[in-house]
Design a protein around this ligand. Structure first.
Ligand SMILES: *Cc1c(COP(=O)(O)O)cnc(C)c1O
Length: 367
């Protein structure tokens, strides 16, 4: 990627499988636009719902094992729409403190009560559900957490949702395409299905390399979303060519597992070397590999020094992460080569030399 006239090696995109640049996917976009035009020309409810949209919805639902899927303009809009349509002022949504901002904003739009439990703390989540036994309740969590790269304890969350009669919604923006059998995401990775996790958000802007999103769920919920989710009905439908490109991405995810295998090998290579160097890794098995430096100024300095070395790694600071938890957020992609990952590791060892942990300690804190 080119920044300021200079070519930089990109380690902060969410294009985990290199599909944003895939010739197959760009060709699908171009071919579709050539005969269907660029814009969808209306909302889904008027005349913006094209055949490509319907096919993508069917293919997603079928692949992920859900009764239905419904397209939204983006993941942000999908979470707003889902929460606004399903929850009202007498209801409650219980959320992990590290959930993505759009799940919090969805609760605001719904006007329901929002309770947040400490990251991954199942007992707190259970207590929060129990505190409002009379209310309709949803528990919403990221599947893979976007800034930490760790995965939610979905089996335990599914168990408490069952006993507390709450609806479980998993936002798997960073999981689908990357983790689990066949790349089917965090729910499948933990051996769960649409029975235990009735609602699932898939976004297309990450591993799929395109743009847009879908909510997968039961038919009655999808019908309710079509009728009442304002961020569904009152906005122009995705360009059909984007739906077509996303269908091609989906077929590559199904038919070219080497992308996922190569990504997994790069993640293992990165973590092994990073541990040996004593880099301040978090406990993540996904392509999101944050390096915790704590102070905002340090994160900015390290990011700047990496850029001087031709590497693009973003500094993430509050409010995106909690105070005192500033970091470099490295993301790996199957489009990277081993030697590019090695080049990143060498540069990280230099710019983070004041943050290194003794290798044994680093190993202990990362299991
Ligand atoms: C990126 C992201 C979203 C938003 O998806 P967009 O399609 O980019 O709007 C929602 N949830 C999580 C966890 C994300 O990482």
């Amino acid at each position: 990627m080119i920044t300021g006239g200079r070519e930089l090696l990109n380690f902060c995109s969410n294009d985990y499988l290199g599909l944003a640049q895939s010739l197959d996917v760009t060709a699908a976009l171009q071919e579709s636009a050539a005969w269907q035009g660029v814009g969808s020309t209306a909302s889904h409810l008027i005349c913006g719902h094209h055949r490509e949209h319907a096919l993508l919805e069917e293919e997603l639902a079928d692949w992920l094992g859900y009764p239905r899927a419904l397209l939204f303009g983006s993941g942000y809009l999908a979470n707003l729409g889902l929460l606004q349509a399903l929850l009202g002022k007498d209801d409650v949504v219980v959320q992990d403190k590290l959930n993505h901002a759009c799940l919090l904003d969805g609760a605001r739009l719904a006007g329901c009560e929002l309770k947040r439990y400490p990251h991954g703390d199942i007992e707190s989540a259970e207590r929060q559900l129990q505190s409002r036994p009379e209310a309709a309740a949803m528990l919403a969590t990221d599947g893979v957490f976007s800034m930490d790269g760790d995965v939610a304890p979905l089996r335990e969350l599914a168990r408490i949702c069952k006993t507390e009669n709450a609806l479980l919604h998993v936002d798997d923006a960073h999981g689908v395409g990357v983790v689990g059998p066949g790349g089917r995401g965090s729910v499948a990775a933990q051996g769960l299905t649409s029975r235990e996790v009735p609602l699932l958000l898939v976004t297309f802007g990450k591993a799929m390399g395109t743009y847009g999103a879908a909510i997968c769920g039961p038919a009655d919920v999808i019908d309710a979303l079509i009728e009442t989710a304002r961020p569904y009905g009152f906005t122009t439908a995705l360009p059909p060519a984007l739906a077509s490109a996303t269908r091609r991405s989906l077929s590559l995810i199904k038919n070219e597992p080497w992308r996922r295998f190569k990504l997994a090998a790069l993640i293992a290579r990165f973590r092994r070397a990073a541990r040996q160097l004593g880099l301040p890794l978090l406990d993540s098995s996904t392509p999101i590999q944050p390096l915790l430096v704590h102070a905002n100024a340090e994160a900015l300095r390290a990011s700047r020094e990496l850029q001087e070395r031709g590497l693009l790694v973003s500094a993430i600071r509050p409010p995106t992460v909690p105070e005192g938890r500033a970091r470099l957020r490295v993301t790996l992609s199957s489009a990277h080569s081993e030697s590019e990952v090695d080049r990143l590791l060498d540069a990280l060892a230099e710019v983070l030399k004041d943050h290194l942990m003794p290798p044994r300690l680093a190993k202990a804190t990362n299991r």
